[in-house]
Design a protein around this ligand. Structure first.
Ligand SMILES: CSC[C@H]1O[C@H](OP(=O)(O)O)[C@H](O)[C@@H]1O
Length: 252
């Protein structure tokens, strides 16, 4: 089963049947299950974007997908660009991250078992290759590199971006802890980032939600095409690092 986690502006694009509530020990998660295509859809901000990035129950979301038998997740994120060559309207596939979040529940293992999960390759290499092959086949411009996750919900300052741009390539507010939580449950996870704007200080203008939403709108057909190809991709057996991630990570 494949999980699609939608971000800003995606609820309008990816439509599904009625929402179901999955009760987990970390709280409730709302999903749309398409039994025919074996796909679970989850909108991280809620169907009406009522949840800001720092209030999302990431653990309930990822745990609910695990309970439903999801083995592969395609997360859709919107990001600001930290590099001139990474233009708004392009896609971005992260291969690493750094995070500056402050008050998020970032592990399933905070009582009982002590688990130190390996983060050498935080995103599933197999899924990243599938995603890259889809974008290349469709000639959609994309970049690869480091996703910088901030707490939000404010945008970053010019000074923060002057620092972040030396450490990463794009900045967002939702990529973490999703990627870690998925690995802790041995789920393959990759992120398709839509570059919606230049980050503060790189952009010549102030940052607005309107700019983010209008760029997502302009990219929606491409996002839909990519998601459709991804969910119809003939994945073989999982032989990546993700499926046995806990093997060498547990103490005691
Ligand atoms: C409206 S801009 C900021 C908003 O968009 C991003 O969310 P997502 O990655 O889920 O598309 C960012 O993280 C903020 O939540």
């Amino acid at each position: 089963m494949i999980g699609i986690i939608g971000g800003t502006g995606i609820a309008g694009i990816l439509k599904g049947d009625k929402e179901e509530v999955i009760n987990t020990k970390y709280g409730k998660a709302k999903v749309i299950i398409d039994k025919e295509s074996d796909v679970v859809l989850l909108f991280r901000h809620g169907a009406s974007h009522s949840l800001p990035p720092h209030k999302i129950n990431y653990r309930a979301n990822i745990y609910a997908l695990k309970m439903l038998g999801v083995e592969r997740i395609l997360a859709i994120n919107s990001v600001g660009s930290l590099k001139i060559d990474l233009k708004p309207g392009m896609f971005f596939i992260p291969n690493d991250f750094i995070e500056f979040t402050k008050k998020r529940e970032e592990t399933f293992y905070d009582c009982g078992k002590v688990v130190h999960i390996d983060m050498t390759e935080p995103y599933c290499p197999q899924l990243r290759n599938v995603l890259k092959s889809i974008l290349e086949k469709r000639k959609y411009a994309y970049g690869e590199g480091v996703y910088v996750c901030t707490e939000g919900p404010r945008f970053e300052t010019k000074r923060e971006i002057e620092i972040y741009k030396n450490w990463g390539d794009v900045v967002g507010m939702t990529g973490y802890p999703e990627v870690v939580l998925a690995r802790e449950l041995e789920i393959c996870y990759t992120s398709l980032c839509s570059i919606t704007n230049y980050a503060c200080g790189i952009s010549k203008n102030i940052l607005t939600v309107d700019e983010v939403l209008s760029t997502i709108k302009e990219m929606e057909d491409k996002i839909l095409n990519i998601v459709e190809e991804f969910v119809n991709y003939k994945f073989g057996e999982r032989d990546c690092i993700c499926k046995d991630a806990l093997k060498h990570a547990v103490i005691g």
